[in-house]
Every structure is written in structure tokens, then in C-alpha cells.
Design a protein around this ligand. Structure first.
Ligand SMILES: N[C@@H](CCC(=O)N[C@@H](CS)C(=O)NCC(=O)O)C(=O)O
Length: 208
């Protein structure tokens, strides 16, 4: 069976989530660099893969998938890993995925984009996002007091998705010191077999 191909850019948090899930599941993948600066994500060839004109996308045989959360759930289902075991655990995984892209991801990614100079905004906008990120981090901190991972005591794709937000806090200049439970959980994720930082999981150019 041929390897799936991940489309993305190495600086993209959602692309990292898909790459990290593949790595943690021990699944090799081919990689296609999508040059966002050149507008490659809005060209007809790419829109035929991801109608939303965003990265990541995953092509697996005839299937063309997009939205990192959906890609994570697909991989969990396909490989029977990190998806939760019972119907309740699977539902809890989905709860975290919907929550993180509502309350956490944009509020970490946008201040990161401001700090890295990818997005122009004045300080009040930066403060608005980081305030909301801290609201999300407080929720995360409270939840992580109850179990080792987000859904029970085994890592799931919920951990991958949320890690793929929180791991950019430093670049967003969001201080994690008030969240010792979050920091301890990040260390647990970083010890999982197959774990890699984003710059190690995502190539900077096409890879077979
Ligand atoms: N909800 C999407 C968000 C993807 C996203 O925001 N991707 C960014 C790069 S990190 C992108 O493609 N931006 C270009 C655009 O939206 O036009 C997902 O999880 O896949």
C-alpha cells in the first residue's frame, strides 16, 4: 500500500498536527510543500485537493482530506490508534478537537503570527488574542489535573491537536509558567515514541 501524502508548510501548526499524528502512529508519509507566500494554496491544482484553500491536506489513495481535526480522526480510525477505545472516549476526543479549534488554536496561532511578523496588528489585538488564549489554558490546566492525558491515561489525537496549539505558546510570547499541569503534560507528550518537534517532523521541501 502506498504512503499517504501530507501537503503543508513547515511553519503551519495544523500541518504539524497531521505530521505529528503520523509520526506517533509510526506511519511514514510523503510530503508536498505548499508555498503559501506564492499563493500556491489558492491555485486550481491545490483547490482540487483542498476546496478551502488551506493547509494541511492529506491524500491517501483516492481520498483527498482536509481540516487537521478531520485528518487526525481519519488517521486514528484507519490505523486503529490514538482514537479512544470506547464510544465515550471517542466522543471525548471529538469534544477536545472542536474545543481546541474554537478556543485555543486561533488565540495561540494569531499572536504567534503577529510576533513572527506574518500578521500585522497593533498591540490591543495581540492582547485580545493572548487574553483569550489564557482563558483556554486555564480550562486545559483544570482538566489536566484529572488524568495523565486529555482522554484518560493514554495519549489520543486530542493530545496531538492540543499539543499542536500549546507548543507554539513560546513563539507567541505566551507564558506557560502559570500552568504547571500543562507543562507536565507537554513533557509526557514529548516522551511518546515517535514524538518530534515541528521542525523535525515537517520537511522544508517535497519529500518522497
Ligand atoms: N481549521 C484548519 C485551519 C488551517 C489553517 O488555518 N491553515 C493556514 C496555515 S497554518 C492556511 O492555510 N492559511 C491560508 C489561508 O487560510 O488562506 C485546519 O485545522 O486544517
Amino acid at each position: 500500500m502506498s504512503k499517504p501524502t501530507l501537503y503543508g508548510i513547515w511553519l503551519s501548526g495544523p500541518t504539524y498536527k497531521a505530521g505529528l499524528a503520523l509520526s506517533l502512529m509510526g506511519q511514514p508519509f510523503a510530503y508536498k510543500h505548499v508555498d503559501l507566500r506564492a499563493g500556491a494554496h489558492k491555485q486550481p491544482e491545490y483547490l482540487a485537493i483542498n476546496r478551502f484553500g488551506q493547509v494541511p491536506a492529506l491524500v491517501d489513495g483516492d481520498l483527498k482530506l482536509c481540516q487537521s481535526g478531520s485528518i487526525l480522526l481519519y488517521l486514528a480510525d484507519k490505523f486503529g490508534k490514538m482514537g479512544g477505545k470506547t464510544p465515550e472516549e471517542k466522543a471525548r476526543v471529538r469534544e477536545w478537537l472542536f474545543w481546541e479549534f474554537d478556543k485555543l488554536a486561533p488565540n495561540v496561532y494569531r499572536p504567534r503570527a503577529i510576533k513572527r511578523g506574518f500578521m500585522k496588528a497593533d498591540d490591543s489585538v495581540y492582547q485580545l488574542y493572548t487574553g483569550l488564549a489564557n482563558d483556554g489554558l486555564k480550562v486545559l490546566e483544570a482538566s489536566l489535573g484529572k488524568s495523565a492525558f486529555l482522554v484518560g491515561n493514554e495519549a489520543t489525537v486530542a493530545d496531538v491537536a492540543v499539543y499542536g496549539d500549546v507548543s507554539y505558546a513560546g513563539e507567541a510570547a505566551i507564558d506557560l509558567a502559570p500552568y504547571p499541569g500543562v507543562k507536565a503534560w507537554m513533557e509526557r507528550v514529548e516522551k511518546l515514541p515517535g514524538f518530534k518537534k515541528y521542525e523535525d517532523v515537517l520537511p522544508k521541501q517535497d519529500a518522497a
